[in-house]
Ligand binder design. Structure first.
Ligand SMILES: [Zn+2]
Length: 476
C-alpha cells in the first residue's frame, strides 16, 4: 500500500528530517524545499544508484560535470532563447497566473485554440470562475543573471542564464570527451546536476520546483541507427531501474508525447509516468511525468557546430569555433551523431520512491505504525545501534563501539533517546532496514539482536559476524 497522497509524504518528510519548506523563518519561498539530514542521504543514494548503473556497470558511457552558467551563445544556438517559453494567462479578477496550455477548455471549443476561446469569454479562471482573462503571452522560463562586477542591470553583453537543462553542457563537450577518452560512436555522456526553470505554476511539493536536480544522459549514435527502437530500449531499461528502486510496476505507465506537444528539438518522446495522485477519482488524472526519453536527432550537435549548413548552404552557426562532427574510421564518413536522451529528475524520483515505500502496520497493542519500506540501498541509515539500558555504562560502551566498527562499511547511527519500542518505531518510520540491540546478555555472549524492519523478526548474531551479516542482508 503506497502513500494515499503527496500530503502524507510532505508531513512525514518534515517531521523526520527528509525535506523542509525552504526559507520558513521568512514565511517560505514558493515551491522551494530544503533537504534535511535524511533527505540528503536519500538523494545521494538515488544519484549513486543511477551513476553506478549508467556509468560503472556499462562500458559505453562516460560521466562529466559541466558549469551551471554557460556562454549565452549556448542558449541562443540551442534554441532556448527563442523557444523555451510557456504561454502565460492572467486572471484580471483574482490575479491568478495560469499556463495557457494547461487550462481546461470547453469540450466543443477545443479546435479553436485557447486565445480565441479567451476572446469569446468561454474560458473560466479555475480559481474564481471569472472569464476576464488576458490573452496568452509568451514567457521565457530561463532564469537571467548578469556576469561581472561592472555589469549594469540591463547591459545585454553581461546577460547570462542559469541552465534550464544539463544536456547542453554535454553537447558542447561532445568532442572533448570523445577525443580525450578515445570513444567511438555509439557511446554516451552522463551528468548529474542542478537545473533551473522559472515555472509559472510550480507546486505539488518536490514534484515541480523552479530549482531541481537532473540525471541526464546523451547517447550518441550513427545517423542511420534505429532511433525509434533505441527509445523503446531505453524506456524498458529505465522501467527496470525504477523497479529496482522499489517502485511498483502498477504505479508506472508509459505516455507517448503527441507530435504537437514535442519540444523543439525532439522527433519522439516517451514519458514514464508515476501515479503521484492516487487519491484522484479519475484514473487518467492520477499520473504525472517521472522522466522522459527523447530522440533529439542531430539538432544540438549541428546547432553548435562551425561547419554545419542549412538547406541553402548557409552556415547555421557563425559564432562557433569548433565543428562537433564525428569521423567514422570504418566507413570513412563524417557525420553529426544523433542523440537518444533519457532525462530523469532526482527530486521526482525521490518523491516516487518515498510514496511507494510508505506503508502502515498495526502492532499488537492496536497502534498504527508507519514503515518506510525503502530498498536497503536507498535507506538513509542502514543500521541503528540501540542500547537496551542507557544507564548501564558497559552496554552503552559496547553499543557505541559497535556503531564505530560498522561505520566504515555501512551508514550506522547510535540512539539512546527513548525506550526500545519507541526507538524501533522511529527507525521503521525512516526506513532503516536493521536495528541492532545491545542488552545485558550481550556482555556475556558477545552477541546482539538484529531486528528486521519489515517483518519485525529478531535474530541473535555474534558481534564478530555482525558487519558481514548486515552487508549480506543489505544485498538481498
Ligand atoms: Zn480568477
Amino acid at each position: 500500500m503506497p502513500a494515499p497522497n503527496i500530503d502524507t509524504i510532505v508531513s512525514l518528510a518534515k517531521r523526520r528530517g527528509f525535506v523542509f519548506p525552504s526559507s520558513e523563518v521568512y514565511g517560505g519561498l514558493g515551491s522551494a524545499w530544503d533537504y534535511g539530514p535524511l533527505g540528503v542521504e536519500l538523494c545521494n543514494n538515488v544519484k549513486q544508484s543511477w551513476w553506478r548503473w549508467i556509468v560503472y556497470d556499462r562500458d559505453d558511457i562516460e560521466g562529466i560535470d559541466s558549469s551551471i552558467i554557460l556562454n549565452r551563445l549556448v542558449w541562443q544556438y540551442s534554441g532556448h532563447e527563442a523557444t523555451f517559453h510557456d504561454p502565460l494567462v492572467d486572471c484580471r479578477e483574482c490575479k491568478t497566473r495560469l499556463r495557457a496550455d494547461k487550462i481546461d477548455l470547453p469540450e466543443d471549443g477545443k479546435g479553436s485554440g485557447v486565445a480565441e476561446l479567451i476572446r469569446q469569454k468561454r474560458v473560466k479562471c479555475p480559481n474564481c470562475e471569472s472569464t476576464d482573462l488576458t490573452e496568452p503571452r509568451l514567457f521565457n522560463m530561463m532564469f537571467r543573471t548578469t556576469l561581472g562586477a561592472a555589469a549594469v542591470e540591463d547591459d545585454p553583453t553581461s546577460l547570462a542564464y542559469l541552465r534550464p537543462e544539463t544536456a547542453q553542457g554535454i553537447f558542447i563537450n561532445f568532442l572533448n570527451v570523445q577525443t580525450a577518452m578515445r570513444r567511438k560512436v555509439p557511446f554516451g555522456i552522463a551528468q548529474i546536476g542542478k537545473s533551473f526553470r522559472n515555472e509559472i505554476t510550480p507546486g505539488n511539493f518536490i514534484l515541480r520546483t523552479r530549482e531541481f536536480e537532473q540525471m541526464e544522459m546523451e547517447y550518441f549514435v550513427k545517423p542511420d541507427a534505429e532511433h525509434l527502437k533505441l527509445v523503446d530500449e531505453w524506456v524498458e531499461q529505465y522501467v527496470e531501474w525504477f523497479k529496482g528502486l522499489g517502485i511498483s510496476g502498477d504505479n508506472l505507465q508509459l505516455h507517448e508525447v503527441p507530435a504537437e506537444e514535442l519540444a523543439h528539438y525532439s522527433k519522439r518522446t516517451v514519458d514514464i509516468m508515476y501515479r503521484y495522485f492516487p487519491e484522484r477519482p479519475e484514473e487518467p488524472r492520477q499520473w504525472e511525468e517521472l522522466m522522459g526519453i527523447a530522440y533529439r536527432t542531430d539538432f544540438d550537435l549541428r546547432s553548435h557546430s562551425s561547419k554545419a549548413v542549412d538547406g541553402e548552404g548557409t552556415r547555421i552557426n557563425p559564432d562557433s569555433t569548433e565543428d562537433l562532427s564525428y569521423f567514422d574510421e570504418t566507413t570513412k564518413q563524417r557525420f553529426y551523431p544523433h542523440v537518444i536522451e533519457p532525462a530523469a529528475g532526482v527530486n521526482r524520483t525521490v518523491l516516487a520512491v518515498l510514496m511507494d515505500a510508505y506503508s502502515e502496520k498495526t502492532n499488537d497493542k492496536g497502534e498504527t505504525r508507519v514503515i518506510l519500506k525503502l530498498v536497503p540501498k536507498l535507506a538513509p541509515i542502514k543500521a541503528a545501534i540501540l542500547p537496551l539500558a542507557k544507564n548501564k555504562p558497559e552496554i552503552v560502551g559496547m553499543a557505541k563501539a559497535i556503531k564505530r566498527s560498522l561505520q566504515p562499511v555501512l551508514r550506522a547511527v547510535y540512539d539512546d533517546t527513548g525506550g526500545i519500542g519507541k526507538l524501533y518505531a522511529r527507525q521503521d518510520e525512516i526506513g532503516t532496514p536493521f536495528c541492532v540491540t545491545v542488552d545485558h546478555q550481550s556482555l556475556e555472549d558477545e552477541a546482539v539482536t538484529v531486528r528486521d524492519r519489515d517483518t519485525w523478526e529478531q535474530e541473535r548474531i555474534k558481534v564478530s559476524n555482525l558487519a558481514e551479516h548486515l552487508q549480506n542482508r543489505l544485498k538481498e
